[in-house]
Design a protein around this ligand. Structure first.
Ligand code: CUA
Length: 162
């Protein structure tokens, strides 16, 4: 075999997968996005990210009681904090977090409480957790959001109350 032809086939063996792989990934993306109906996780509605402070329920961020031992937290994430950054509930509470971001993508992660969602500008995330034992739970932003990302946190304090 001529040396030139060997080099050509060798190049072709690299060129074809380098075209086929992105085309395959694009096809997989289109099939999952439009065919399988896969959407943003925990999407509970949309909000104009430039009007979060004026839009209910984010115009009054904080904890509201919605029933016996049931609470809802309306939470806004921004660089580099959560509002509110501390909530206090009694032991045995069910807490629903309704949260969004005002600027960039943040995360809402509460280790030990089954809360793990992305906070995407324009999207409202909704996630419910049960706090059955007293103690403190750390709230972490677990999506890199800039230079002070590591300082962005808060806490859930589960209190023993009669
Ligand atoms: Cu907000 Cu990382």
């Amino acid at each position: 075999m001529r040396r030139g032809a060997t080099v050509y086939l060798y190049e072709l063996a690299w060129i074809l997968p380098s075209i086929a792989i992105p085309v395959g990934m694009l096809a997989a993306l289109l099939v999952t996005a439009f065919g399988a109906g896969i959407h943003v996780p925990s999407v509970a509605g949309q909000v104009d990210p430039t009007k979060v402070p004026e839009t209910a329920p984010f115009d009054k961020p904080g904890l509201v009681q919605t029933g016996p031992r049931h609470y809802e937290v309306r939470m806004v994430a921004q660089i580099w904090s959560f509002t509110p950054d501390e909530i206090r509930v009694p032991t045995g509470s069910t807490v629903t977090f309704v949260a969004t971001s005002k600027d960039v993508i943040h995360g809402l992660f509460i280790p030990g409480a089954n809360v793990n969602v992305m906070l995407i500008p324009g999207q409202i995330a909704r996630v419910t957790a049960h706090f059955d034992r007293p103690g403190e739970f750390f709230i972490a932003c677990h999506e890199y959001c800039g230079i002070a990302h590591h300082t962005m946190g808060g806490r859930v304090v589960v209190e023993t109350r009669p």
